[in-house]
Design a binder for this molecule. Sequence first.
Ligand code: ZN
Ligand code: ZN
Length: 263
Amino acid sequence: MRICTLASGSSGNSTYIESKGSSVLVDAGMSGRAVVSGLESIGVDPAGLDGILITHEHIDHVKGAGILSRKFNLKIFATEKTWAEIMPSVGDIPEYNRCVLEAGRVLHIEELQVEHFETSHDAVDSIGFCFHSGGFRVGIATDTGFLTDSARKHIDGSDLFVFEANHDPEMLRRGRYPWPLKQRILSDRGHLSNIAAGHCLASLVNGKTRGVILAHLSKENNLPKLAYSTVAKVLADAGLATGRTLSLEVAPRCHPGSVWELG
Ligand SMILES: [Zn+2]
Ligand SMILES: [Zn+2]
């Protein structure tokens, strides 16, 4: 499997996943042009994608989806409730490219098995994804106020995690966001803080896990170094030292991160 975050954060999210010739994006929350240039920079032809999987309707996850679907004839996969919400932002998509993700149903894209699970976020039906291929598993969970049981069940012990470390609670409290927005971010239907991400990961990572990519960092209320050091410390305290066997990195905000190869 090959995995690469193309962009991550409130100005746009998209992650590329490929296995044995099948490939998808999780979200396309930047302009179509930014997604295309991200893909091209890692040597991927967007016309070869098998589709775009949508986690939820917020614009930082769907902005480029409609344009890319029309330009490259790509399927868009979303739950029924999310479809109803994204219609205005994705625009006209022909029926044959409108695919509905059903709860509990595994999606097979050739060798790539895709499962989804519920997250806890202020969206109608937000989800995360788990990808299986060739004995490897990749778990993607962002935009969630806490780690749901369903997320835990699907991504526990993954080989690679793309996991939210959105904010530092102190920076958020002291920052300039209005109080209702601060409350929303801190709530059960908001975003995971660095420290919460660390504790979740300490219980999800096992001896088989190769890497953790911290994702969806807030530009206002977080710093890549702070997210990294907070999570690294919680993992180390749990006996999970990061380094050569367990890599920890932060997904860059506006350009592709490192390209992961599993298997
Ligand atoms: Zn969101
Ligand atoms: Zn988001």
